[in-house]
Design a protein around this ligand. Sequence first.
Ligand SMILES: Cc1cc2nc3c(=O)[nH]c(=O)nc-3n(C[C@H](O)[C@H](O)[C@H](O)COP(=O)(O)OP(=O)(O)OC[C@H]3O[C@@H](n4cnc5c(N)ncnc54)[C@H](O)[C@@H]3O)c2cc1C
Length: 247
Amino acid sequence: MDVTLLEATPNPEEVICRAARNDYMEPFNPEMSFEETMASVEGDTLREKKETLIGHLLQHGHFGPFEHPQATFGVKGCSRTCMAQITRHRHVSFDVRSMRYVSFDDVDPESVADGELVVTPPSVTDPDWVGRNNEDGPVDQETVERRESVFADAVQHSVEAYQDLLDLGMPPEDARFVLPLGTEVNIVLSMNVRMLMHVADMRAAADAQWEVRRMTEDILDLASEWAPISFDHYEDHMRNRKNRLAP
Ligand SMILES: Cc1cc2nc3c(=O)[nH]c(=O)nc-3n(C[C@H](O)[C@H](O)[C@H](O)COP(=O)(O)OP(=O)(O)OC[C@H]3O[C@@H](n4cnc5c(N)ncnc54)[C@H](O)[C@@H]3O)c2cc1C
């Protein structure tokens, strides 16, 4: 899976600070310079003032200003299982590659057995991989080899059946019913800073499944470059706490 930042609000933390200062200032702050807007905030430099204000807002649960800056991410090659998990978040906007208008008629089923088109979970190949609800623990090499063989045969057979159904004239949106939940999909998703923190609370957590967790961690890395003060504070003081209703 690849995650990239496609577009994002420029100067997101200036937007957050302007929105927050607007709440408590008598003059309408868009008519003032950013320096004037931040004049009474504690700190010697503009960076320090932003750190003071953003830290204060997050610490006190004043999350509204974090809804203004928005970022759009591209995710290439996550499974439809992972897609089902991330798309549960109702304040995130999504575009998902269609399986009605894009069909996999030219994919070689044998290459699917080798890892193309269908995401292979680590527990297929790693004997030491233990899932959260996996009571049996690690397995031996022979078992993992059998897993690999069963998995490869199943995904290959599934894609062969899909292509047979296409050849028999079935529309791609109906033939896809036989494809695995691991089938890859590309997604474009957009969310604001508040929502991103909420998604991270739920999906970068230890109980989230490995794939959506990796996706969220990649998104968090990109978000830290985009809005460093906010996401440094999130990382240092908020991450891994018990899920909250908000943000
Ligand atoms: C580890 C894990 C396991 C899960 N297992 C399951 C499962 O087995 N089955 C299953 O169905 N789901 C499961 N989920 C999904 C989970 O229950 C949520 O539906 C999903 O994570 C969306 O998060 P959210 O509820 O915070 O809503 P979001 O859509 O992310 O909304 C953000 C916040 O907005 C508020 N909000 C949004 N919409 C409403 C509304 N209509 N009414 C009131 N408040 C609202 C809430 O405060 C909410 O927390 C799982 C999630 C995780 C992380």
